[in-house]
Design a binder for this molecule. Structure first.
Ligand code: GLN
Length: 306
């Protein structure tokens, strides 16, 4: 059985690696975050919460938001249309913000690289970025069980004023007929959804819903269609850690999604949701201490699916 002591040991182990990582310097506001934060939270499918370290420290959700936006787009457009016409479901082996494959293959490889997530963002219903964002916010609050979740204005403005690489991806996708609607509206929504403040507890709650086939563990309410939850877990396993997904599958071995804010959300089907936070990142943009926490838990508790 997983104990508080084991969770504490996992976080202590993760702490040893923080010095080798760096905060996400390409977003000026994220470069200022204290890289020595680290914490982990586990939500069981009976609703119990276990936590250690900086689990209540807010950080921006960044790419973990791509789980929620994909769920919304699937419910708005249907999985068949989305995965046939708009984005693929294959890992790229390239960095998350890479542009290289867009010219050789029109559709982005998967919904979690930036090109794919920006495309998915354009497929969410809403007349403008405010309406899309309002829907996103309502959903993320519900799935994390936290009505207080809100935008981090400073990070949003920082991303918006420096996000030229994402702008380039979006305009390229528009020119190829993949991205729908107004490019700037879509980007504005994308920067906002990435800049929502969450905690390790919040993302552990969301992961527990994914692990519980889409139903909230404490209320039983269905928040995500079971088929969507299954597709999302599969994509997390193959593409959730970007060009580190293969190695993560080998060493940790369960579905997870990272963000450059330092969060990792992991969903262990029929078992638990895990949320970790550690803003020191490795060279692939994944939390360095966070991965080590998950690796420790996986080995100690035999969580590896393979
Ligand atoms: N907002 C970030 C970006 O677009 C998200 C990337 C990430 O978390 N990997 O660059």
């Amino acid at each position: 059985m997983l104990t508080q002591e084991c969770l504490q040991d996992a976080v202590k182990y993760g702490e040893c690696f923080i010095k080798f990582g760096k905060t996400a310097e390409y977003i000026p506001e994220l470069a200022r975050v204290n890289k020595y934060h680290l914490g982990a939270c586990i939500v069981g499918l009976d609703g119990t919460v276990m936590e250690y370290g900086d689990t209540r420290t807010p950080f921006t959700i960044q790419s973990i938001s791509k789980l929620a936006s994909l769920i919304l787009a699937i419910s708005d457009r249907g999985a068949d249309y989305l995965f046939h016409d708009k984005v693929g479901v294959e890992p790229t082996g390239d960095p998350f913000n890479s542009i290289i494959k867009l010219e050789t293959k029109t559709k982005p490889f998967n919904p979690f690289i930036n090109a794919g997530a920006i495309t998915v963002a354009s497929c969410i219903d809403g007349k403008d970025s405010d309406e899309k964002f309002e829907r996103f916010l309502q959903f993320i609050r519900k799935v994390c069980g936290n009505e207080e979740i809100a935008l981090n204005e400073a990070v949003y403005l920082s991303e918006k004023s420096t996000g030229d690489r994402n702008r380039a991806l979006a305009y390229y996708l528009k020119a190829s007929g993949i991205l729908e609607g107004n490019v700037e509206e879509c980007l504005d929504f994308y920067f906002k959804m990435c800049s929502v403040n969450v905690t390790a507890v919040d993302i552990a709650q969301m992961s527990a819903v994914l692990a519980n086939h889409g139903a909230c563990p404490s209320t039983g309410e269905v928040l995500i269609e079971p088929e969507s939850a299954k597709a999302i877990r599969a994509l997390m396993l193959t593409c959730g850690m970007y060009d580190g997904s293969g190695e993560f599958a080998m060493t940790v071995g369960f579905p997870a999604k990272s963000g450059v804010g330092g969060g990792i959300a992991a969903a262990l089907v029929d078992r638990m949701g895990i949320g970790v936070f550690g803003p020191a990142l490795d060279e692939k943009g994944n939390s360095i201490g966070g991965i080590k926490i998950l690796e420790y838990l996986s080995k100690k508790m035999d969580f590896n699916l393979f």
